[in-house]
Design a protein around this ligand. Structure first.
Ligand SMILES: [Zn+2]
Length: 137
């Protein structure tokens, strides 16, 4: 009789990627398992940070499914701005909705633009128009 027979611990462990039993799995743990951009939707918004600084925030892209450091670098280059990789989102300094959107779409991501804060009143109409075109796909 095995130690954990009949308990949930008795189940053989299977690799979550290839489905093989763990001892037969040949997956390399270091290999990043990325999800195609086409299957993901990035959520963009402008947020205000300390001292009224605006940042463009990209949410919805999981660190486990994307090469976020590489993505951040692309966005920083596209916007000519600094940026930070946070726990579960990317942040580019400044208001760069259009450039970030363009860059992400070029890679293949789907985009969901969220409502912006009151400091973007002037851009609200345009943002709303774009928003209407890109949601509910
Ligand atoms: Zn495997």
């Amino acid at each position: 009789m095995r130690l954990f027979e009949g308990t949930p611990f008795d189940r053989p462990l299977r690799c979550e990627f290839c489905g093989e039993l763990d001892e037969q799995c040949t997956c390399e743990p270091e290999t990043p398992r990325l999800t195609e951009p086409e299957k993901q939707t990035a959520s963009l918004s402008i947020e205000k940070r300390k001292k009224g600084k605006l940042v463009t925030v990209i949410r919805g892209l999981a660190a486990t499914e994307n090469d976020l450091p590489a993505l951040l670098l692309k966005l920083k280059t596209a916007c000519g701005a600094g940026g930070t990789l946070k726990d579960d989102f990317l942040e580019v300094q400044g208001s760069h909705l259009d450039r970030v959107k363009e860059s992400l779409e070029k890679i293949g991501y789907r985009i969901s633009k969220r409502g912006s804060s009151q400091n973007l009143m002037a851009k609200r109409k345009r943002a709303t128009d774009v928003h209407g075109l890109n949601t509910d796909q």
